[in-house]
Design a protein around this ligand. Structure first.
Ligand code: HEM
Length: 524
């Protein structure tokens, strides 16, 4: 070990690097830090824990630290220059950690989100072209599911007859409704058949496949959620994940696989007639429709690859977008002024449900863009990311007494990228960094409209070579759903008790509000 340390020291000196500050070792055998962070995640303040640990133990001006945990060391950096180096300018020296692949693979298989190295390059080349196609932004498809969302809200409201006719819905939690809606949208977009979790009566009968049981449309969302919670814990425990029992996790993995496998088999059997078959089964005109599985099957017929790639997109696309829409309404309910201003903009551009177009959603409602950005800043959907050095390399900052000298990183060393901590830095965002204030995006240097673009301190969709492929799709879908809800409702009230309860982050890869999105809505 000493030989290794002196080799690293020599290499660091050669590269003119200085060491970064080390956080104190904590707890029995150094496991204290791991236990603290797992406890914080369970208490729904995992992202906040990273900020408070660095601020209180190292100081608010320290942005890159070495964290000793048991028998390994983690680097944590909230310095945008270092993040830019890892994700973009020196990305050849970095990859996602082995922990991501090893923790995720049992559930979703090897796909664009989970794989590393050459396997990732292959996956990205396979799925990337799909995201440049206009058809992926199919607003008619989204509208059908928004209608079901309205029905679901109405059903919740009619449970309290005394409230009927007063215009206000009773208190309801919008968050699970958004998760159901995005599950319905994403399963339809990927496989051609929605699970219709919002309204199971909308499900169509599926054909019979010899030797394969019908897919479990009822429970797929639950299996995905439960499986992901295991993935999160497996990732946090990293090399100690063998301590975890596997029976429950394996059950969820098998159910998720069986679900995707069924559609893959159907596509392989039907071949080029897949879209026609969907049209016959669902009665919907899918003549010109775009279905991801159908497109991918033109490039590969490997059933495991098709299963894994579609499941990767299902998880990347579904939960993230639901989380974002949920947080937007969480903040709107607490900021009536923002609600009024946004609604006025929406109604001026889109007075009625018809004729809402993709390009107008992107370009014609700038305050919506500011609201979406601000929600992503205050409550980043992916608050923690990571990378590992795949060769000895250098980060531009973090070393030396002021943290402004380069630091050496040895091959195999893991780096935590707490994006949440970057968007909380007052020196980058101002004294009101904690506050939800969309107007900051309209100000000089704010990053919105005509202002300067934000750099690597704001990377809700990642950056560089592994940047999110679904960013535009997610932004459009979120904007569309918000527009449609603001057309229908002219008032929103926060129904959480107590009303000023602190934000809670329920973190299973993406984060959602731990207290849900408890609101009352007023029908226009
Ligand atoms: C609010 C919504 C979303 C957020 C915040 C988000 C965020 C992210 C982030 C941070 C990454 C980078 C991960 C990394 O650096 O390792 C990523 C990657 C990815 N996202 Fe998204 N995403 C969203 C929606 C979507 C949607 C709707 C889709 C697809 C339909 C999608 C597909 C992907 C894919 C395929 C990757 C993997 C790219 C790669 O590793 O090469 N995302 N996303």
């Amino acid at each position: 070990k000493r030989n290794l340390a002196s080799r690293y020291a020599a290499r660091a000196a050669e590269l003119k690097c200085s060491p970064a500050p080390r956080m104190p070792v904590k707890g029995f055998l150094g496991f204290g830090r791991l236990i603290e962070s797992i406890k914080a995640t369970n208490a729904e303040r995992g992202p906040q824990y990273v900020v408070s640990a660095i601020d209180s133990e190292m100081g608010r001006n320290v942005h890159t630290v070495v964290v000793p945990i048991a028998d390994y060391e983690l680097i944590a950096t909230r310095d945008p220059a270092n993040v830019q180096a890892m994700l973009a300018t020196k990305s050849a020296d970095w990859d996602v950690g082995e922990a991501r692949n090893a923790s995720w693979r049992p559930l979703f298989g090897d796909g664009v989100f989970t794989s590393r190295g050459e396997a990732w390059k292959h996956s990205r080349a396979l799925v990337r072209p799909q995201f440049t196609k206009d058809q992926i932004n199919d607003l008619d498809l989204i509208e059908r599911h928004v209608q079901q969302l309205f029905d679901a809200i109405d059903r919740s409201s009619s449970r309290v007859p005394s409230e009927a006719g007063k215009g206000w819905t009773p208190a309801l939690d919008l968050q699970p409704l958004f998760y159901n809606m995005t599950l319905d949208i994403t399963t339809e977009l990927i496989y051609g058949y929605s699970v219709h979790s919002q309204n199971p009566r909308s499900r169509v009968a599926l054909p019979t496949l010899p030797g394969l049981a019908q897919p479990d449309r009822e429970n797929i969302g639950t299996h995905m959620d439960a499986g992901k919670a295991w993935v999160e814990t497996r990732g946090a425990l990293w090399k100690y994940r063998w301590l975890l029992p596997t029976k429950q996790f394996s059950k969820h993995c098998a159910a998720v696989h069986a679900y995707a496998q069924w559609f893959v088999q159907l596509r392989l059997q039907r071949g080029d007639g897949y879209l026609d078959g969907i049209r016959e089964d669902t009665g919907q005109d899918s003549g010109s429709r775009y279905i991801l599985l159908d497109e991918l099957a033109k490039a590969t017929r490997d059933p495991v690859e098709l299963r894994s790639q579609t499941l990767n997109i299902l998880t990347a696309g579904r939960d993230t977008t639901a989380s974002l829409i949920g947080w937007i309404f969480y903040f709107l309910a607490r900021h009536p002024r923002v609600f009024e201003k946004l609604r006025a903009e929406v109604l001026a551009e889109f007075p009625k449900p018809e004729g809402i177009e993709f390009r107008a959603l992107r370009d014609k409602i700038p305050y919506m863009t500011s609201v979406i950005n601000e929600a992503l800043r205050v409550a980043p959907v992916i608050p923690l990311n990571e990378r590992v050095a795949i060769r000895d390399t250098v980060l531009p900052r973090g070393g030396g007494p002021k943290g402004d000298e380069p630091m050496f990183v040895a091959e195999g060393q893991q780096v935590l990228i707490p994006t949440f901590a970057m968007t909380r830095r007052e020196d980058l965002w101002g004294d009101d960094a904690e506050e939800f204030r969309p107007e900051r995006w309209e100000e000089e240097g704010g990053g919105g409209g005509g202002g300067r673009k934000r750099g690597f301190e704001f990377i809700p969709f990642g950056g560089g070579v592994r940047q999110c492929l679904g960013q535009q799709f997610a932004r459009t879908k979120a904007a569309y759903v918000v527009v449609r809800l603001l057309q229908r409702y002219d008032g929103i009230a926060n129904a959480e008790e107590p009303a000023d309860a602190p934000m809670r982050f329920h973190h299973t890869i993406e984060n959602r509000s731990g207290s849900g999105v408890q609101v009352r809505l007023h029908e226009a």
